[in-house]
Design a binder for this molecule. Structure first.
Ligand SMILES: Nc1ncnc2c1ncn2[C@@H]1O[C@H](COP(=O)(O)OP(=O)(O)O)[C@@H](O)[C@H]1O
Ligand SMILES: [Mg+2]
Length: 405
């Protein structure tokens, strides 16, 4: 009781190393907690849960885990600082973040979960964690959404084909049963095709080549554009060389980029003046790089964000930096969603925006955007704005109440 049929398939496997690839909200983390408890119910076991970062481990799993262990009256003591639970049977369960490799060293483990392992460095596994399983013949469960053919998670997923110690599982979000078909259809409209495939259908997709692969000259370029209002939205990126912005009008959730500004060896003050000269008496909202909260490019010790604020612009800025991946995905989805609809258009006179969208690529075999060619600036400016206005849906309400087995 409690686990879904596909989750049960994973726990029934006797393989020492298991790899579970699935769409988001399948129930990987839920299953991972279940597995921690399943291994720790035997005495004197040492089991670890590892997330890509310490913060994620703490915020995603810690409370759920101790809640569940208390309910079963398994807890002896808890060390909150070390994210470790000592059980009455002398087993321990600890949470760790792969961002702190030092914290992963040492101990002999009986069981280990690497949750969202594609977002960790492969060396965290090969060099640091794999050896900790040797003394006690420990087991490992890898769970995550796919991150393309170039990511090490793909090789691990294939290992079961050639190595008997390994088993692989792959499920879509829909098969997980936690998200309704309706919500998944909504996601198809919000996301671009490749992202949808990856995040919901658990597909390994190709990340080689152009980053903005949905950009299509035929569909996304307007010969010219006459603004209908005096309300504009500006995405802004703060390099000194060059400092850039994209200027747009938004009508019915369609974004029309109709001007670009690029100033060399510039600062925020100068950019502010340029915008005010071009767009006098406009209602202007700016979506700057969140780094502008700390960054000071002008003399006088005032932050870039404060300069924009003092200039009287409306400011929309996230508290934390959005992932580059999320910015890219939201721009691709606006260029063309998984249903084939376009809602981001660029006037042909914005030559640099067009060039940047067309030419920025991933570094060979990685999901790291190339920044050396200089095509990143306009795309970053555009991405801050689009991601703010049209963020990817991260979370869903569960379709049924949470249960413990
Ligand atoms: N077997 C289950 N029974 C009840 N709720 C579940 C089950 N599996 C997952 N859930 C719930 O579904 C949601 C998504 O699960 P989660 O483990 O966070 O997914 P993932 O890690 O794959 O993104 C969570 O709210 C979780 O508590
Ligand atoms: Mg998860």
């Amino acid at each position: 009781m409690g686990l879904t049929t596909p989750q049960k398939k994973v726990i029934e496997s006797k393989s020492r190393f298991r790899v579970l690839i699935s769409g988001r909200r399948f129930g990987k983390t839920y299953l991972a907690i279940n597995e921690l408890a399943r291994f720790a119910r035997y005495p004197k076991k040492k089991v670890w849960y590892i997330a890509p970062s310490y913060r994620m481990a703490k915020s995603i799993v810690w409370h759920d885990l101790i809640d569940r262990l208390y309910k079963h009256k398994w807890v002896s003591t808890i060390n909150h600082a070390d994210l470790t639970v000592y059980l009455k049977n002398n087993s321990t369960i600890s949470l760790r973040g792969a961002d702190n490799e030092q914290s992963l060293r040492g101990v002999g483990l009986d069981f280990l979960v690497l949750d969202e392992f594609a977002d960790m460095k492969d060396t965290a596994w090969t060099e640091v964690l794999r050896p900790t399983l040797s003394d006690r013949n420990g087991h490992a469960l890898f769970t995550g959404t796919p991150r393309g053919f170039g990511n090490w998670s793909y090789n691990l997923f294939l290992k079961s084909e050639t190595d008997d110690e390994w088993a692989s599982f792959k499920y879509t979000t829909l098969e997980g049963g936690q998200v309704s078909a309706n919500e998944i259809e909504q996601a198809r409209a919000d996301l671009d095709e490749r992202t949808f495939q990856q995040e919901y259908e658990a597909g390994f997709v190709n990340y080689a080549g152009a980053i903005y692969y949905n950009f299509d000259r035929e569909k996304n370029i307007m010969k010219e554009y006459t603004p209908q209002t005096r309300t504009i939205h500006i995405g802004m990126d703060f390099n000194i060389d060059p400092m850039v912005c994209v200027v747009s009008e938004i009508v019915n959730d369609k974004v029309y980029i109709y001007d670009e500004i690029q100033i060399y060896s510039s600062n925020t003050q100068e950019m502010t003046e340029e915008i005010k000269t071009r767009y006098k008496d406009y209602n202007i909202t700016i979506y700057p790089d969140p780094a502008s909260k700390q960054r000071k490019t002008s003399s006088g010790g005032i932050t870039d964000l404060a300069i924009l604020k003092n200039a009287g612009f409306n400011l929309k800025v996230r508290n934390t930096h959005p992932l580059i991946r999320d910015r890219i995905n939201s721009v691709n989805a606006k260029l063309k969603n998984a249903k084939g609809n376009n809602s981001l258009f660029i006037a042909s006179k914005c030559k640099n925006v067009i060039k940047s969208l067309e030419r920025q690529i991933y570094k060979d075999g990685t999901t790291v955007p190339d920044k050396e060619s200089g095509y990143d600036h306009f795309n970053d400016a555009l991405g801050y704005m689009i991601e703010y206005l049209y963020p990817l849906r991260r979370d869903f309400k569960p379709t049924r109440p949470m249960r413990w087995s």
